[in-house]
Every structure is written in C-alpha cells, then in structure tokens.
Design a protein around this ligand. Structure first.
Ligand code: SF4
Length: 394
C-alpha cells in the first residue's frame, strides 16, 4: 500500500491535479471513463494518433465483485479468479502503458476496490504520467476515507453505474436490493471528495422508454458526464435484452436531440453509429453541427487488459491479441494483426464496408462479433442502407 494513500480524519492533499481536470473536455476525446470504446459527438483532440496511442486503456484489475449484475460483461464472481495479475505484474504493466502518450488508464473490474494494492497501482501510474480513472462497484467499500486515499494516490476521475431512474429498475438490473440508494449516496461522496463524477448507464430494451427519466435522475446526481452504454450481448448480457436496429436508431436520435438541454455532458458507448445520426440530425436542422469526432472504436483508440493479462480491443470484444505476461501491451496495440485490422475501415464487410460513414463510425465491432462471430462484419443493429444513400455509392 502507498503510505500516503490512506486518510485518517485529515483528508490528504491530492499529490497532483490531473491536467484533464483543469480543462473542459469533449465528449469523444477519451476523457470519459469507459470499459469499452467511446463514441459520440465530441471534437477531435489535436495531435491524437490512434495508430500509436489509445485514448483509453481499461485494465480489469480483478474479476472479483460482490454484485452479480444481470448484464455484467465480465461475468464477475465473488472471489478473484485464478491467474489474476499480481502486484509485480501489475506494476510492470503500468510501466509499459506509460509509454503511451496522453492515455487515460481506467482501473476497472469486477470491483477494483477489492484489489488491496489499488492505491499503489494508481500512484505508480500517475507517477509515470498516466491519467487514472476508477469504476468502483457501489458497495460499502466506497467510503469517504478510501475516496480521499484514492484522490491522494492521483486518481482523477470516478465513474459509477446507475441503470434505472428508480430503485425498482436499478436494483433489478443489479440484483441487489438497496443498490439504488447506496449508489446515490456514493455519488454524493464521490463529489464531496472532489472527483468529477461520471455516471454510466447500460441501455437495454426494457430501459429505452425511460431515457428522459434517466437523464433527469443522472442530472440530479450532479454528474459532469453521463455515459450511455448500448448493451453488447457478451458475458452475462443477453441478446434478448438488446435493442433491435429500430430501437437503436430511436434511442440514438433521442439522446442526440436531448444533449444540448442537459446540465452534464452526454456520450454514447458501443454505438458509434451515433456519429452518423448526429450528422443527419444536424443536416435536418434538429441540432447544431458538431465538430468532427475522433473515430474511436474497439481497438482504435481503445484497448482492454483482462484480469489475467489478455489484451483485447475492448472489454466487450473478447478476442485476444496476446498477453502482457509475454508481450508488451503497447506493442500489441500498435502492431498486433487484430488491432491493425480493426483500425482499417477497408477491412470492414457488408453494409459497413460499403458505407460512407465507415471511417468515422465503422459500427460496433464488439456487437458485430457477438452476433456474427466476425469482428469485421457489418453492424447488425444499424439500420442504415448504403445502397439507398446516394453519397455511399459515389
Ligand atoms: S452501416 Fe456501419 S458504418 Fe454505416 S452508419 Fe451503420 S454502423 Fe456505421
């Protein structure tokens, strides 16, 4: 444990204020906390070279978690699984990741708060110049003293999950009665500890009708960012809970339309077609034109490291490029054939391969893989028909 990382009655002084807390951030520039790739509406960050440097690396520091959420990507269990990277291996991984420029390291899980060396890992990462974010599960482990310790260790952002606008909906998704109330308490504690708060919500077929109520609820937490994850059927998440193509389109249009009226920033995850929708709504005059977004997608601007060191394009796309136990994560991101293929729009197949939006959108590679077994297949939940779009055939 980091000696300075534990707070008593005196809250420790943060050892550094992460630079990204001092400036406004755009919805797609990687400053939000994700366990999958980010997408939606933000401006491109000058100088970002997604071939070399991901905006976000999510490291699943453990698969252990006290919750058993019905849509859990990790299929988390109460205890750590065999093969979890130990403190030394984790330290080496952090040192390697620090070779990236401008990357945010998200320490995720499972529940990262179950990792006893969490503060040490965060301190090591910030010492080496990485920006660090955390996605704790809403348990009794998220106490003000621990939050202060994590702040002192250099953690710059916190994200918590809220999956429904009321206790019934949220608790049913999380499988724990009382989780909704606890999550709201933790949200307040996170803000009181000085963190900008991000709220993550998984959008399912059942929840699509409550988007406005969700937005209101998230706004009431004082969140700086609301990230809406479009469900990918992997782990415990079921295909039957996923919106169909029409449902995706309707939800994306609603989210883009509501964005300007919200007190927090809004982003969309695992649905890069939001970039097409945003451009179409701007063309229709429904929303103002947005700056060009970064084309972040699974493996392009995003990388995931599992609890046992496997490197994947995202947490929702469980194909392996290699393992950090015998390769550099940086080298895998830059050179592994899987990552290179995912970054090449010319490799896309089906409608995505013929679509004029393929370079900025490209469809969710994770969902394509989950539904077809081919990570380069067309995105099954996008209703766009390039053959009916004159600009796609020119
Ligand atoms: S067809 Fe594919 S590339 Fe085109 S907008 Fe839909 S998901 Fe994006």
């Amino acid at each position: 444990m980091s000696g300075r990382a534990h707070a008593g009655t005196n809250a420790p002084t943060p050892r550094r204020v992460a630079p990204f807390l001092r400036r406004p951030v755009a919805a797609d520039d990687g400053d939000a906390i994700e366990t999958s790739h980010t997408s939606g509406g933000g401006a491109a960050r000058g100088g970002a070279d997604l071939e070399r440097d991901p905006l976000v690396v999510a490291w699943e520091v453990t698969r252990a978690c006290g919750y058993r959420c019905r849509h859990c990507r990790a299929d988390a269990r109460p205890r750590p699984l065999p093969g979890q990277l130990d403190a030394q291996e984790g330290g080496r991984l952090v040192d390697d990741l620090a070779r990236f420029r401008g990357t945010i390291l998200v320490l995720t899980g499972g529940d990262p708060m179950l990792r006893p060396d969490l503060e040490d890992l965060a301190a090591r990462a910030t010492d080496r110049g990485l920006r660090v974010a955390l996605t704790p599960s809403a348990t009794g482990r998220v106490r003000p003293a621990r939050l202060a310790a994590l702040r002192a260790a250099g953690v710059g952002q916190m994200a918590i999950s809220l999956d429904g606008p009321d206790p019934e909906t949220h608790d049913a998704m999380r499988g724990v009665r009382g989780s909704f109330a606890r999550t709201l308490r933790i949200a307040a504690d996170v803000r009181a500890a000085g963190f900008p708060l991000q709220v993550n919500s998984t959008l399912t077929r059942a929840g699509a009708g409550a988007l406005d109520a969700m937005a209101e609820r998230v706004a009431a937490t004082g969140a700086a960012m609301w990230s809406v994850f479009f469900l990918v059927p992997t782990g415990r998440a079921q295909r039957a809970d996923m919106l169909d193509a029409a449902g995706h389109e309707e939800a994306l249009r609603r989210l883009v339309t509501m964005r300007s009226g919200l007190p927090m920033r809004l982003k969309v995850t695992a649905a890069p077609a939001v970039r097409r929708v945003e451009a179409e709504l701007a063309f229709e005059g429904v929303v103002p034109p947005a700056p060009a977004p970064l084309p972040v997608n699974d493996g392009r601007g995003f990388m995931f490291v599992s609890h046992d060191g496997r490197v994947s394009p995202s947490g929702f796309l469980p194909l392996e490029a290699g393992n950090v136990r015998d390769a550099s994560a940086v080298d895998l991101y830059r050179g592994a054939p899987l990552f290179r293929a995912l970054r090449d729009p010319a490799r896309l197949r089906g409608r995505c391969g013929r679509c004029r939006w393929r370079a900025v959108c490209g469809g969710s590679r994770a969902r394509a893989y989950a539904l077809t077994g081919d990570p380069l297949a067309e995105e099954p939940t996008c209703p766009h028909r390039p053959e009916e779009d004159a600009a796609c055939s020119t």
